[in-house]
Ligand binder design. Structure first.
Ligand code: NAD
Ligand code: UGA
Length: 458
């Protein structure tokens, strides 16, 4: 079959894989090819065991794979054939040299740009799908335009706003799609090519267009604002615990103000995930680069409050467990950074587990999807952590439970059975405020929630 367009995506990760699967599913007239340097990942994308867990993803891939969706490691061939190249490689925080711990590490990004330059044989639109510092497009253009008589490249910014666990829904029914470009006739033409792809299934009024710098900066800003709401409510959770106000009631009351809105106001043990911290620190670094120190300090505080909240949670466990957890079995319910994903990157559970191990607790981790990643995260302390699929078995003989991921599964467990299998007095720390605290207290637990006075039997 003749396809209308050849779309390539470089990077078959959490973003590249699902995004391209949805484009292929929605647009059978395009051929979509996803490439990666990681052979194992590509093998998994071509198997029944996809490399990531995401509700609805299996079905989308099953419909499109082999028809107009293909996964391979043939990057050079992919570049040669492509009309449009989405670049969705990872942009982690730099771990070395200037800007270490804050700036974005753009080495994978730059390698990709050079590989495109070497292999492209015809005019190509390059789409920034990864999250990038504002003004990256100008560096990208400089590399791509460094050959005097090569093909023409137009760089377009199209940041991804999907959240893990709801990626397919977010991609199929996005709040908005953002496409930014240079405001030259060629830039506008390239932009409209990308708009056309999304217009196959996204209502036109939800496809926003802007200049390229606004588009790049909107992505960092969106993540910073989302994370800032969580840090704001988490800071108030600490005050609630001191004053007998209830943070969920406060969040509900303020969220009913249409100007504030109800979303992202759930107090928790802290936000995790691969992007919030990395993107805010990158924003901080960029602001510093422009001499905007006050702006940098403002955003940095969002990350600092988050780190404080995680430590505060462990501190609270420790002080309520009579200031010692040495030799005590503590069951961590959930290790994923949020529900409905197996991803554990920057999960608050990592900090909690490590701090408890530091105090010589006997840590047992349970999670329906994230045990494989948990083992990798805690590889250096192998032997001191136990992993248990079954939450009932994890809780057996434990002094305390800590709920660290808001899996629905944990809402409906038989907590009487769990209580009876634990060492008494039994403690429960709800780091996600998802359980019925009064009912747990009635069973006999000493209950400690976020942003709420504790329910203690002594
Ligand atoms: P990821 O680590 O899951 O995937 C990136 C992939 O790129 C990896 O499989 C890696 O092997 C591959 N890669 C790296 N260099 C390559 C190269 N030169 N050639 C071919 N493949 C290469 O990362 P991700 O979570 O998909 O994130 C990708 C980007 O999207 C990041 O910038 C991130 O900030 C952004 N983002 C992520 C999310 C999310 O929910 N994870 C959401 C929105 C935006
Ligand atoms: C987040 C953004 O929501 C996406 O829009 C963005 O595309 C993505 O980052 C990215 O750039 O990577 P994600 O990290 O997948 O998505 O998940 P979120 O739902 O945002 O949750 C992040 C963390 O905040 C989780 O640990 C979650 O449990 C926590 N959270 C979220 C709270 O503690 N309270 C809330 O009210 C909401």
């Amino acid at each position: 079959m003749e396809f209308e367009k050849e779309i390539l995506c470089i990077g078959a990760g959490y973003v590249g894989g699902p995004t391209m699967a949805v484009i292929a599913d929605q647009c059978p007239q395009y051929r979509v090819h996803v490439v990666d340097i990681n052979e194992e990942k590509i093998r998994a994308w071509n198997s029944d065991q996809l490399p990531i867990f995401e509700p609805g993803l299996d079905e989308v891939v099953a419909r499109a794979r082999g028809r107009n969706l293909f996964f391979s490691i043939d990057i050079e061939e992919g570049i040669r054939k492509a009309d449009i190249i989405f670049v969705s490689v990872n942009t982690p925080t730099k771990a070395f040299g200037q800007g270490a711990g804050r700036a974005a590490d753009l080495q994978y990004w730059e390698k990709t740009a050079r590989q495109i330059l070497e292999n492209a044989v015809s005019d190509t639109i390059i789409v920034e799908k990864s999250t990038l510092p504002v003004r990256t497009a100008s560096a990208m253009e400089r590399i791509l335009h460094s050959k005097s008589n090569g093909p023409r490249f137009d760089v377009v910014s199209n940041p991804e706003f999907l959240a893990e666990g709801s990626a397919i829904r977010d991609l199929e029914k996005p709040d908005r799609v953002l496409v930014g470009s240079r405001e030259t006739p060629e830039g506008i033409r390239a932009r409209s090519e990308i708009v056309t792809i999304y217009a196959n299934w996204v209502p036109r009024e939800r496809i926003l267009e802007s200049n390229i710098w606004s588009s790049e900066l909107s992505k960092l800003t969106a993540n910073a604002f989302l994370a800032q709401r969580i840090s704001s409510i988490n800071s108030i959770s600490a005050l609630c615990e001191k004053t007998k106000a209830v943070v969920d009631e406060v969040a509900y009351a303020i969220g009913r103000d249409a100007r504030i809105g109800p979303h992202f106001l759930k107090a928790s043990v802290g936000f995790g995930g691969s992007c919030f911290k990395k993107d805010i620190l990158n924003l901080v670094y960029i602001c510093e680069g422009y001499g905007l120190d006050e702006v940098a300090r403002y955003w940095e505080s969002v990350v600092r409050i988050n780190e404080w909240q995680e430590r505060r949670f462990v501190q609270n466990m420790l002080s309520n467990l009579f200031n010692t957890v040495a030799g005590k079995r503590i069951a961590l319910f959930g290790f994923a950074f949020k529900a409905n994903t197996g991803d554990t990157r920057e999960s608050p559970a990592i900090t909690v587990a490590r701090e408890l191990l530091e105090e010589r607790a006997e840590v047992v981790v349970t999670d329906p999807k994230a045990l494989k990643n948990a083992r990798i995260d805690l590889k250096d302390v192998e032997g001191s952590v136990k992993y248990e699929e079954d939450p009932y078995r994890a809780a057996e003989g434990a002094h305390a439970l800590a709920v660290l991921t808001e899996w629905d599964l944990y809402r409906t467990l038989d907590y009487k059975r769990i209580f009876d299998s634990m060492v008494q007095p039994a403690f429960l720390f709800d780091g996600r405020n998802i359980l019925d605290h009064e009912a747990l207290y009635e069973i006999g637990f000493n209950v400690f929630a976020i942003g709420k006075a504790p329910l203690k039997h002594f």
